[in-house]
Design a protein around this ligand. Structure first.
Ligand code: SF4
Ligand code: SF4
Length: 92
């Protein structure tokens, strides 16, 4: 029972101090979670603290590789509209 951080992590440092199990550590090229230490915050918090603060969609996955913050969950932009939204932003 552990979460994992993948390559889309931008090394923002937000999650590391929040982990009650001290399972998150700085590594190259991005932060990692020690699977032996991660408790998924069970017993400490109702929701995984790392995923609740992480600003990057899809950077933290559960044991089944399901993102805790799936595409669209933080931006409010549905995945199928993302390309369109980015093109619009870049045009300005
Ligand atoms: S789920 Fe909780 S225990 Fe596991 S790495 Fe994230 S903050 Fe730490
Ligand atoms: S909060 Fe997210 S982006 Fe920031 S260091 Fe942790 S996993 Fe990486």
């Amino acid at each position: 029972m552990a979460l994992k951080i993948i390559e889309s992590c931008v090394n923002c440092f937000a999650c590391e101090p929040l982990c009650p199990s001290k399972a998150i550590y700085e590594a190259k090229p991005h932060f990692l979670i020690d699977a032996k230490k991660c408790t998924e915050c069970v017993g400490d918090f109702d929701v995984p603290q790392c995923a609740s603060i992480c600003p990057i969609e899809g950077a933290i996955l559960d044991a089944l590789n399901v993102p805790l913050n799936p595409a669209g969950s933080l931006t409010g932009i549905p995945p199928e509209k993302m390309a369109e939204a980015m093109a619009e932003l870049q045009a300005h």
